[in-house]
Write a new protein. Sequence first.
Length: 157
Amino acid sequence: MSHHEAPGTVALILFNRPDTTTRVFETIRRAAPKRLFVIADGPRAEHVGESESCTAARNVTEAIDWKCDVQRRYLSENLGCRRSVTEGLDWVFSHVEDAIVLEDDCLPDPSFFRFSTELLERYRGDNRIGMISGGNFQFGQNQPADSYYFSRHCHIW
């Protein structure tokens, strides 16, 4: 991947935090993916004002100023984090083989897009790989010579 090549597909999971969504979306905007999926759970009926904050978070992702195929899954009712995320990701992966998945409160370093895209390309079709993560939970121990390592554990966040 060249330095300026855009990532293929990004999926953004958001809910009711327009402030954190804005920061994460700005990194996505700078990376300019070719395809964007937006997954948004619906507001909880018992939380006053949540409908407005959910709408404000969704509105952040309307500022697409690059060539991008955008698909949105905006729920009107709240499914909760587990169902909203799992059903949303099932929806994404019913359309694409791979995607860079971000949540509205996990701010990626700009290098994360290149890292993810390169490794998705390198390990495409390798059944030993279940996911690629930008997390490193080695806490300074067992530092690999390479820029990534293999683990049996799902390292997210």
